[in-house]
Design a protein. Structure first.
Length: 174
């Protein structure tokens, strides 16, 4: 395999392959991934937003999430999903973490988000919502999402502290 790879690199270097041809070769030779976005939404009491998904039987409660569409920016995809799934006013903040799938070619990007208000609208995908303290999470929630919430809460509190410090420091724009 090593010799074949060396040959491919040499051909890439010496053959006059146009950029679109290089792109096609790269597209065909690499794994395709589904890209998901996940919102970890906190309210002003440090509670996390959970949604009850109608299509999940075993673990219906979870974080707001969805797939990224073609040519869609990641933060815009999450904002769209949040609006579609909840109808709430939520601001998308910084990336919390990026995780690749263990079994599937999937990449999930977790964002810290802030709840600003609004009224929840149930729909065919989401039947209920609630804000929970981390010690009050429902048992019917994916363990993989549950594990990320302590990190998210710590980052959320630190980012809130930084914003508060900026507002209280004289001469600092904030």
């Amino acid at each position: 395999m090593n010799g074949l790879r060396r040959l491919a690199y040499w051909l890439w270097k010496v053959l006059p392959i146009p950029r679109w041809g290089q792109w096609i070769i790269l597209w065909l030779g690499n794994t395709k991934f589904l890209v998901g976005v996940v919102g970890v939404v906190f309210d002003d009491q440090d509670r996390v937003l959970l949604l009850k998904h109608t299509y999940r039987n075993r673990y219906p409660w979870g974080l707001p999430s969805g797939w990224v569409g073609k040519h869609e920016q990641l933060d815009a995809a999450l904002a769209r999903e949040l609006a579609e799934e909840t109808g709430l006013d939520i601001s998308v903040g910084d990336v919390l973490l990026v995780e690749s799938g263990e079994r599937w070619p999937q990449l999930d990007v977790y964002y810290l988000c802030r709840y600003r208000g609004g009224e929840f609208r149930p729909n065919a995908e989401i039947s209920a919502m609630r804000f929970c303290a981390l010690d009050e999470l429902p048992a019917q929630m994916l363990a993989t999402q549950r594990k990320k919430l302590a990190l998210a809460l710590d980052r959320h509190r630190r980012s809130d502290g930084n914003r508060q410090d900026a507002r209280e420091t004289p001469g600092t724009p904030g």
